[in-house]
Write a protein that binds this ligand. Structure first.
Ligand code: PEP
Ligand code: MN
Length: 351
């Protein structure tokens, strides 16, 4: 469907549209509204080249394809009124902060418990803690089922919901059975459609939320949003999009930080955006700047790796976890920036 810049098009302009769409086997059907006329494309309107040629016309505002690959996630979907809630926070109203370990150490559970209390004290609303880890090195620590008990014990002790990554059906079953409130789909599985479908089916009818990371490669936004559609189309719309940096990394950073896609996502989808600055930059000292940039770009929340003693951590923690002290300062600044972003803009000075 073509939305013109003005209320209706001239005959010459309609003829121009007609010539373009005819090349792709389509025709134009004007639909006359009270105020505005829109121009439906009758036929298969998904041809990318046709859409970009139409969008290139000066008199066209935008082209909405009816067969959007993510019609539920689309900003124009009826679901756009849905609000995702995590840890007492309604995303969009208040800045959500999730923080905790990259990887729970089953031999030293106190690192998780102490970090859990410390990040709560710092102002976090939810805990993160990796039970099962996707490791590049097959000989590196892969996680441990025992860490699931530690994760849930941390949730009980602090009263905060927990987020952990699941990579297969068995982990999904165990995590849901234990009561994990937020399931994380990691960057390596972000396009594992069979897992996405399993997660969608498993959480239907529950309050469980899903933190869906962006795939590691520099994929399109449509691909990212469509991955969320795989989950939501089973009936649970509590999905959160998580940019976490893409490959190739920016020289000096672990990945190419991509918090700047936040406003672009928000133009296309109603899903809340929670940015992961830790994996974006891969080094603790760069995390606060990336986190604040994310908030400035419009993020609804942050998912941050934090550890009471990073050098004693596993997985990514020695390199990229920030301490609860740094987290507390960051949360204060991030909340202030979030409030500033939401406050009415001052009117232009009268000269
Ligand atoms: C993680 O959150 O620790 C993790 C492995 O994330 P990602 O999938 O973004 O690499
Ligand atoms: Mn990690």
């Amino acid at each position: 469907m073509i939305l013109p810049k003005n209320n209706r098009l001239t005959e010459v302009e309609v003829a121009e549209l007609t010539v373009i769409v005819a090349e792709f086997g389509c025709r134009i059907q004007p639909i006359v509204g009270d105020v505005r006329t829109i121009y439906a494309i009758v036929g298969d309107e998904r041809h990318e080249l046709m859409i970009s040629r139409l969008e290139g016309l000066a008199f066209v505002d935008r082209v909405d394809t009816i067969q959007s690959p993510h019609k539920l996630m689309d900003i124009k979907s009826d679901l756009a009124r849905h609000r995702v809630k995590v840890g007492g926070v309604t995303l969009g109203d208040e800045l959500l902060v999730m923080a905790g370990l990259c990887t729970i150490d089953p031999k030293n559970p106190n690192y998780f418990y102490e970090t859990a209390h410390a990040v709560k004290e710092a102002g976090a609303h939810a805990l993160r803690g990796g039970v099962w880890k996707p490791r590049t090195n097959p000989y590196a620590f892969q996680g441990d089922n025992r860490s699931l008990d530690i994760l849930m014990e941390g949730s009980r002790r602090t009263g905060l919901p927990v987020d952990t990554e699941v990579m297969d059906e068995e982990q999904l079953r165990l995590a849901l059975g234990a009561g994990v409130q937020i399931l994380q789909i990691g960057a390596r599985n972000a396009l594992n459609y069979s897992l996405l479908r399993q997660v969608g089916k498993a959480i239907a009818g529950r309050e469980t939320a899903v933190l869906l990371k962006r795939g590691m490669h520099l994929g399109t936004l449509s691909e990212f949003i469509s991955a969320a559609e795989y989950i939501v189309n089973f009936g649970n719309p509590n999905v959160i999009l998580c940019p976490r940096g893409t490959q190739p990394g920016l020289d000096g950073y672990r990945n190419h930080p991509d918090e700047s896609i936040t406003p672009l996502l928000k133009e296309r989808t109603w899903a809340p955006v929670v940015v992961d600055p830790s994996h974006s930059v891969g080094k603790a000292t760069y995390v606060p700047a990336c986190a604040l940039a994310a908030v400035a770009y419009g993020a609804d929340g942050l998912c941050i790796e934090a550890h009471i003693s990073p050098s004693h951590g596993l997985g990514d923690d020695p390199k990229q976890a920030i301490t609860p002290k740094v987290l507390a300062e960051l949360i204060t600044r991030a909340k202030a920036l979030h409030a500033l972003r939401r406050s009415p803009k001052p009117s232009a000075p009268v000269s």
